[in-house]
Every structure is written in C-alpha cells, then in structure tokens.
Design a protein around this ligand. Sequence first.
Ligand code: GDP
Ligand code: MN
Ligand code: MN
Ligand code: MN
Length: 250
Amino acid sequence: MELFAVPDLPEIREGDDLAAMVRDRVDLRADDVVCVASTVVSKAEGRTFDLGDFPAGPRAREIAARLGAISGEEKDPRFAQAVLEESTELLMEAPFLLTETRFGHVGVNAGIDRSNVPDGDLLLLPERPSESAERIREGLPVDRVVVTDTCGRPFRHGQRGVAIGWAGMHASRDWRGETDRDGRELGVTVESVVDELAAASNLVAGEGDGGTPAVVVRDFEWGEHGGSDELFRDVGGDFVRQALRGWEFD
Ligand code: GDP
Ligand code: MN
Ligand code: MN
Ligand code: MN
C-alpha cells in the first residue's frame, strides 16, 4: 500500500469542485481511496462563518463564563453558541466542550476549527460528511472516498486523523469468526478501516501550511471480509458516554 498527497491544490473557496481539482492533478485508479481533509470540504461547501453569525443566547453565555473562569482567559460566548448550534448533545461542558454533532460524531467544540480559515473566524464541519464523500466520489474515477478530521482522544495525548464521512466502502472490516495464528476464533474484532485510512492520510496531509488536504491511498485491499457501516456508537452501547452523564466537573 502506498499513500501520496495530491500536489498543487490551491486555497479552496466556496463552490470549488474538489473532485475536479483532484482529478486534474492525479492519474487515479478505480481502486484508489481518496481521503480529503474536512477543512477543504467545509471551505468548498461554504461552511465558513464569522463569530457575529452566532449571537449568544443565555446558555452559551453561561458556558463561556464558566470556561473563562476555569481557564483564566476570556471565552467568546458566540463561539459557544456556534458549538451549541452544531450539536445535539453536550457530553462535557467543562473544562472544554465535548459534544455530539448533528451527524453523530463526538468531538471537542463540535469540530469547529479556527486554523487554516482565511475568510472568516470559524470553519464548521461539513453538515453531512458522508454525503459530501459521496458527492466527491461521484466526481472521481474512484470507488472509495473518506472525509477526515484531526481530533484529540481521551486517555492519550496528541491528535490523529479520524473518518467523519465515507462513501463507497464499509466503515469497518469484520474479522469475527476468523481465526488467529493459534486457531482461536476471533470473537470481537471489528476493525475501523475508515479511521485507519484517515489516520494514515492525516500523516501525509500534515497540520500546518503544507497545503496537502487530499491524499491518495493506492493498493489498499479490503480482502475477504464482511463489513459494517457503524462507526459512531449510540448512547445505549456507549458506556463511556453513560459514565460521563453521571459525572460533574468542579
Ligand atoms: P483538518 O485536519 O481537516 O482540520 O485540516 P487541517 O487544517 O489540519 O489541514 C490539513 C491539510 O490541508 C494541511 O496540509 C493544510 O495546510 C491543508 N489545507 C487546509 N486548507 C487548505 C486549502 O484551502 N488549500 C490547500 N491546498 N490546502 C489546505
Ligand atoms: Mn479540523
Ligand atoms: Mn488536521
Ligand atoms: Mn492486536
């Protein structure tokens, strides 16, 4: 398997046809996976906003005041308002905002980005990233597209790429029922392939001013495995989230 960045992509603007831009720069093969950083998908979809677009309500003001008191730094309640509007559930309100986005992804600040955003204060995640992935896929001669974001995670320092949308492939590869090298049957292994591809692609895309938001994964083979499209846990099967609901920060 090989990964390489799509060269020479310009600054992406609202209305840009990302698929055409990628298609023009790489000789793609049908079995390539194209991974695209959500930052540029959002830019193309016009998800750039100003703080002034989010007049803060009482809840946002309360959250921002609390976060400000904890951090000793003033927090803009309009940013909290933007996070609230992007979210269906608040998992943690302090010492940072951890929420579930409208499309089911759990992340800090609903994935709203303030870096690499030249035309506004805020870049929101795509509204429905799997639909974005499907639209990009339709414009490319490839079968599989993953939309990625860089996220932190609990229990470990550092961020890495995760998949927030995908098209043309299952999210996970199912190893259950197969055997390990000792002939023992695998009971629980469902491998989150889209996250693994996102992490690999993020490694190539970088985080700064590299200008390489699209990455081609070549010669990745799925193999003879079943697949599942579940990536985001629902509350009923998410014991960490249930534990958080019973927990208060002070
Ligand atoms: P995220 O992980 O989706 O939040 O995206 P990042 O902000 O980390 O950016 C990932 C990569 O895309 C980095 O190499 C950035 O330099 C690059 N990038 C971000 N915006 C643009 C853009 O509009 N055009 C180009 N060519 N690269 C961009
Ligand atoms: Mn991001
Ligand atoms: Mn990133
Ligand atoms: Mn293992």
